[in-house]
Structures are given as C-alpha cells and as structure tokens.
Design a protein around this ligand. Sequence first.
Ligand code: NAI
Ligand code: AKG
Length: 450
Amino acid sequence: MENNVKNITNKIISDLKIRNNGDKEFHQAVEEVLYSLEPVLVKHPEYIEQSIIERLVEPERQIIFRVPWIDDKGNVNVNRGFRVQFNSAIGPYKGGLRFHPSVNIGIIKFLGFEQIFKNSLTGLPIGGGKGGSDFDPKGKSDREIMNFCQSFMTELSKHIGMDIDVPAGDIGVGSREIGYMFGQYKRIKNANEPGVLTGKGLTYGGSLARTEATGFGLIYFINEMLAYHGMDLKGKRTIVSGAGNVAIYAAQKAKELGANVVAMCDSNGYVLDEDGIDIDIMTQIKVVERKRIVEYVNRKQNAKYFEGQKGIWTIKCDIALPCATQNDIDIEQAKILVENGVIAIGEGANMPCTNEALNYFIENKILVAPAKAANAGGVATSALEMSQNSMRLSWTFEEVDEKLNKIMKNIFNMSKEAAKEYGHEGNYVVGANIAGFLKVADAMISQGII
Ligand SMILES: NC(=O)C1=CN([C@@H]2O[C@H](COP(=O)(O)OP(=O)(O)OC[C@H]3O[C@@H](n4cnc5c(N)ncnc54)[C@H](O)[C@@H]3O)[C@@H](O)[C@H]2O)C=CC1
Ligand SMILES: O=C(O)CCC(=O)C(=O)O
C-alpha cells in the first residue's frame, strides 16, 4: 500500500510539472504538501479512489486579464492581472492580491494552493484563492496607484463578490490600494457590499487588528510552540526579514513578549541594531514615508546597514522570522542558522524556506512554525472582518485580538495532534499540511465529483 501511494504521488507530481510547465514555485509548494500527505493516503484509500489530490492541485478557475492605466506623464501602460480561484470546498475563495514585478501565474498558483490549507486551518468557512499583478508600486504617485487599482478592479469586479471570492492585501497591497479598489467596486456595482474585500480602512468596514493580525498571529503561534517545548521568547535574540506589514507587527509583538529583535531588512539590504530595533522609527520609514531601510541608520545611533538582503541570516540568533517573500532561506542560509544555534524558525511569509532548507531544519531538530499555520492569523482576521460586515457591527481591538490568539493556539494544537497521529511528532510542517488537508478533502467528498 505504501509503495502504491508513493507511486501515485510521484505520478501526480510529474503530471503536474508537465501541465504547469515552468511554474517552479507552484511545483515546490505542491511537492512539499503531497509528500507529507502520504501517511494520510495510506490510512484513507477513499481519497485516492475519489482522486482528491488530482482535483486539489487543479484550480477551479484561473482568470488572466489586461490592466491598462495612465501614468502621470499621460502615457498608457499595460500590466497583467491574475486571480486564481483555487478551491471553494469550504467557503468562498479567499486570499490576497500581490502587486510586484515578479508576479506571474505560477506564483499566484503557489500562493493560492497554500491558501487552501491555511484557510482550512483557521476553522473558518473560507476557500482558497489568490491574485495580483506584475505592476510595480515602487516609486509610483498616489494618483498612478489609484489609476492602476481602478483599472484592475474594473475587470476583477466581474469575478468576485462577498459570497463568491473575497480578495485582500499581500505584498504591495495595503489599505491604500484596498481603499481605491473598494471605491471602484462600489461604483461599478452600485452597491455597498463591504464583505467583498478585507483589509479595508476602519471608516468603511475594516476590522480593528487586521493590520496587526498576521505579525501578531505569527508570534502567538511561536509562543505556543515554544511553551509546549518548555521555552518562551524572553531574551531570545530574534531576526526578522522584511520590513512590511507582516514583519513590523511580528517584530512589535515579539518585543512585547520580551524578545530582543536586532535585525530587519528590505530587498536592498539589512540593518543590525544591537540596542534592539525601534519599531516606531521603522514604521515611520517603511510604512509612512515608504523609504528604503538604509534610512534607519540616519535616525538611530549605533545601528549598522549592510547591502544585500541574504546576509541577514548570517547574524547569530535564537529565533529567525522570515517575513519578506518566498525562498528567502535556502539550504546555504539554513546551514548557517543551524551552525549559529538557532532554536526556532517562524515562517511569516508564504513559503520563505526552500523544501531543502525545511528538511534540514527538521533533521536538525529545529522547531519550525510553518507558513500555512503560523501566518494564518491574517486571513483568519479577514474572515472575522467578513463576519463583522455581515452582522453590521464592529468588535473592539481587544475582542478581535483575543479571537486571533485563540485561533492561533487552536492551529498549533491541530498541527501538533495531526503530526502525532500520523507518526511525525514535533514536525509541525507535516502536521499543518495534514490537518489543513483533512477538512478540505472531507468537504470535497461530501459535495460529489465537481
Ligand atoms: N499581509 C498579510 O496579511 C499576509 C502576508 N503574508 C505573506 O507575508 C509576506 C510579506 O507580506 P507583507 O508584509 O504583507 O508585504 P509588504 O508589501 O507589506 O512587505 C513586504 C516586505 O518584504 C520586503 N521584500 C519584498 N521582496 C523582498 C526580497 N526579495 N528580499 C527581501 N525583502 C523583500 C519588502 O521590502 C517589504 O519590506 C509575503 O510572503 C506575503 O505573502 C502571509 C499572510 C498574510
Ligand atoms: O486576508 C486575506 O484574505 C489574505 C491574506 C493572505 O493573502 C495570506 O494569507 O497569504
């Protein structure tokens, strides 16, 4: 039976590579999940009989569209827009929009695939989807951003809705972009439907604590994982890659719980501040002024700046929090981190470690808080935003934060229990994949061959 399952998994992966030629991030994400599901398939032959995996790796719908927009000089520009509606077995498609020049259909498929399991782990009724564009927001004026967002939404609005597909932010998409897109959606539909987007501003249907949720949630998960292993964050030397939404609030909450956060980065380089990163200064530079991170050393004594982002992983630390982008830590950085005595890795970004790096951490008994589980606090709070929109009321910051904390503890417990049940105790990468998968697979079986 085990050999049979291995052959089936290998066949699905080789077919997937042919059908999705060149989508290397998507191949990577699928491989990471499928190999960890083998013990589940051995125990549940019904998933094989019903071709659950073959159906799961094929998106329900993929939309690619033209996004023309006019820049400040009056030139017409054309970008490409994407929305992959991956799986709706447990609820409307849900997942962010990424605006970054590297975006292509393969990246959106990898992110949408991850989102299926992550959303399932939240325990809330949301399916998996993701979208975005190869538009580069860097250096654009507010007017240009608005022009782009309006054009993007003009097409996207035909495919989304509060019970169909609910986008939110991701890299390059924050509350400014969500605001412009929401305004355009409302104008096109002639309806105020706040539940169609999440991450909205607080004056028009946004939820308190959504901005902080992914970073805070990551730290709640890590705190739970460390506590289970008899440790805590106090005095732990911590490195956070990125300096955007996830990174900033992860750093803030880690500091609040006693960690010593000494380094952060952007795509140009990193800062090392042995006195502890000042989150207010970092937020002012990266979020308010939208400047490069090098500016930090002009405002904080003793801080040092280094060109090149990967060097951040050569700094000795107890806790490493990759919160920037995919494949930030490969085997080379993983070996350095392990040699330097790292205790735990917390994946704030989506797929920030290569599969080789993940396996290396697990083999070396490093605790890994995997992205699907550890960064699920953002989408979970988006689902809480949808609930508030439907009820037409708003919870306080404390109410939302408490729910978030409970959800993250629950996700840790589900990952822990699934890992134990399927023979991988302590491996939360495998545990999260299995726990996320089971609910989706059962929902798919109940709904027939669709
Ligand atoms: N915003 C959210 O609620 C969630 C985001 N994520 C993931 O977290 C990661 C970060 O997203 P956000 O913080 O929302 O985006 P953001 O746009 O607010 O910030 C991204 C940060 O990463 C840095 N960055 C981007 N590419 C980089 C590279 N190649 N090398 C080094 N730094 C780089 C940027 O300079 C920026 O500081 C992404 O992987 C995203 O998919 C995951 C769950 C939820
Ligand atoms: O809040 C959301 O809907 C999406 C968050 C997201 O894109 C993610 O979890 O990667």
